[in-house]
Design a protein around this ligand. Structure first.
Ligand code: RAM
Length: 370
């Protein structure tokens, strides 16, 4: 429990430093206040988790991340595994060969044959997994999504890291702030089919179109680095070449932002960066001066997202929930009783918390945690 307490202490310290930093140009206005009201950003890397009665005993819980080799996905798996095992269940972790729906379909078909009790998947495509996930549910397997959603009919509920609009609002305001209110900006995303990135990008476009304060910002390009460091590097370099006046790149992917941060910082570029990044990978790039490429960025705790997904999987398997709006379940390790809520379009989700801002003031504390 020691690190849990450390996490909470850091959380309080972060709140204090964020509040103290209000008004500074390196602070991120939108998400700070929301983050201050939640402890879901509290780090938790304990090896042993609170058990809530061993309700997972004798059952097998599968998790299918977006792809292998992405530290963010490994953190999700870490949190998921910790909770399931602490409750006596068996975990099957199946990484697809690459970040595509096809590779996930292969993996999910094999999980159906194995007869697992539940599958939690971070979908590489909203629609393409529908048939195989439906097959899994027809076989009696409890199916949920985490991090990146499938269509509503193809899963019972979704462990969402943060509200789509909340994430998009934080990113829009960061682009506005860092650009000085006007000029060209571009996006370096993950794969072109990624449900979560596409939802955030669409919401950003809507937010910017609806408010005149963004009218002087021009989104000139969206590039896809497929959550691969090399491709993300190449597309960032191309953006700098093609748009010499580019002011800001927004990368709503931990892989993309880390690659872009290095390209911009090594080049001493005047183009700055924000987005969604892992503190451990981004610490060397975060700073308020010209020597750093990223003034500030956002994320949530991916370990806790995995934990939430584990609690959802256990509650679906033991019948505590069916995925319907209004149902509640306990997540003792997270210290929260969660309620399933409606999504736009009739499906449901469970929201972990608010996005958290990582700034020059707090990045040193967080880089050692995730
Ligand atoms: C990458 C993945 C993941 C996303 C984070 C922010 O690691 O694309 O799905 O949630 O970035």
């Amino acid at each position: 429990m020691k690190k849990r307490i450390l996490g909470l202490v850091l959380s309080v310290a972060m709140v204090a430093s964020l509040l103290a930093g209000c008004g500074s140009s390196s602070e991120a206005p939108a998400a700070d206040t929301a983050a201050a009201t939640t402890d879901t950003a509290a780090a938790d890397t304990d090896a042993a988790a609170t058990t809530d009665g061993g309700s997972a005993a004798g059952k097998t819980y599968a998790i299918v991340p977006k792809s292998a080799g992405n530290p963010y996905n490994e953190k999700e798996v870490e949190g998921f595994t910790k909770i399931i095992e602490a409750n006596g269940g068996t975990v099957v972790v199946n990484y697809p060969e690459d970040a595509t729906a096809d590779a996930q379909i292969t993996v999910i078909n094999s999980l159906i044959s194995q007869g697992v009790d539940s599958i939690a998947v971070a979908a590489n495509d909203a629609n393409a997994l529908s048939a195989v996930l439906q097959d899994a549910m027809d076989a009696g397997i409890k199916v949920s999504t985490l991090d990146s959603d499938a269509v509503g009919e193809a899963r019972m509920t979704f462990a969402n890291q943060a509200g789509v609009t909340q994430v998009a609002q934080a990113l829009c305001d960061a682009v506005l702030d860092i650009s000085g209110g006007e000029g060209q900006w571009a996006i370096v995303s993950a794969s072109s089919q990624a449900t979560n990135q596409n939802a955030w990008i669409d919401a950003m476009k809507e937010i910017m179109a609806a408010d005149a304060k963004y009218a002087n910002l021009e989104l000139v390009d969206i590039q896809y680095g497929d959550d691969e460091p090399e491709l993300s590097t190449t597309v960032t370099q191309a953006l700098l070449t093609n748009y010499p006046d580019l002011k800001v790149i927004c990368a709503p992917t931990t892989v993309g932002i880390a690659a872009a941060a290095k390209v911009l910082q090594d080049a001493g570029s005047s183009c700055k960066l924000t987005g969604l990044g892992l503190p451990s990978e981004m610490a060397e790039y975060i700073g308020a001066d010209d020597a750093h490429s990223c003034p500030y960025m956002f994320l949530w705790n991916p370990i806790e997202l995995g934990e939430l997904s584990a609690y959802i999987s256990m509650a679906l398997v033991d019948g505590t929930i069916t995925g319907a709006s209004g149902e509640t379940f306990e997540a003792p390790e997270l210290g929260v009783t969660y309620t399933i809520t409606d999504q736009d379009g009739g499906a449901t989700e469970v929201i972990l918390g608010a996005p958290f801002a990582f700034t020059p003031e707090n990045i040193e504390e967080w880089k050692v945690i995730y």
